[in-house]
Design a protein around this ligand. Structure first.
Ligand code: AP5
Length: 217
């Protein structure tokens, strides 16, 4: 199955992507995670992406698209994938459609995680991420048992550079201007499904899986 997750920063795309991808046995491909791994690894791609990410702006399309094209060409993505954070604007969506057509496939469904701006700010301001395994925590909603330490692997928890309140507000503006038009784009294609992304994480996963099971049953 080929799935895209769309939603504002902090909607819970990364949180839900790990459960959905695991339930469906498909790889989760997060452009944000790939950029952050390159920043940590000190690569040229990371150096280029970091200035845009720190401001909360989108990394230029040519850079992002080339990276996704490479990733979708890998063996584990041939039978399906879950894209988290890509596409991020209509030009990227058009290129993705062309790319998949070249591979002889198409997207099955686009899930839009729906949540309001104030909840986004609450979620992102308290987010902590494990430097070793990448697991995402929240200081109030999903705290690790020992502050600053990941329960899953014992790694160090850190706060993302783009999770400062002023940058979060800018990322929300970028989402409204550049990413939210994707909702109409995919609605026109007849593959958009909205999911209420408020409430407990497990309930949101169940709502998303209820939509996705239509394709696997
Ligand atoms: P990216 O990493 O994709 O960031 P984002 O879209 O802003 O999304 P986030 O990762 O901030 O949030 P999320 O929705 O995954 O929420 P999460 O699950 O962590 O992109 C970062 C940057 O990379 C961009 O700004 C851009 O510069 C660049 N980039 C990436 N893709 C690009 C592209 N295609 N083109 C150009 N540039 C690109 O949850 C957030 C918090 O909430 C966590 O603490 C979590 O524990 C908590 N939480 C989750 N669910 C719940 C719940 N139900 N109740 C309470 N708390 C919850």
């Amino acid at each position: 199955m080929r799935v895209v997750l769309v939603g504002p920063p902090g909607a819970g795309k990364g949180t839900q992507a790990q459960f959905i991808a695991s339930n469906l046995s498909i790889p989760k491909i997060s452009t944000g995670d790939i950029f952050r791994a390159n920043v940590s690894g000190g690569t040229e791609l990371g150096r280029l992406a970091k200035e845009y990410m720190d401001r909360g702006d989108l990394v230029p399309d040519e850079v992002t698209v080339a990276m996704v094209r490479d990733r979708l060409g890998e063996a584990d993505a041939q039978e399906g994938f879950l894209l988290d954070g890509f596409p991020r604007n209509v030009p990227q969506a058009q290129i993705l459609n062309k790319m998949l057509a070249e591979f002889g496939t198409a997207l099955d469904i686009v899930l839009e995680l729906v949540v309001d701006d104030e909840e986004v700010v609450r979620r992102l301001a308290g987010r902590r991420t494990c430097r070793s395994c990448g697991k995402v925590w929240h200081v109030a909603f999903d705290p690790s048992s020992k502050e600053g330490v990941c329960d899953a692997c014992g790694g160090e928890l850190f706060q993302r550079d783009d999770d400062r309140e002023d940058t979060i507000r800018h990322r929300l503006e970028v989402y409204q201007e550049q990413t939210s038009p994707l909702v109409a784009f995919y609605a026109d294609e007849g593959i958009l499904q909205g999911v209420d992304a408020t409430g407990p994480v497990e309930e949101i996963t169940e709502r998303a899986m209820a939509e996705l099971r239509r394709f696997v049953d």
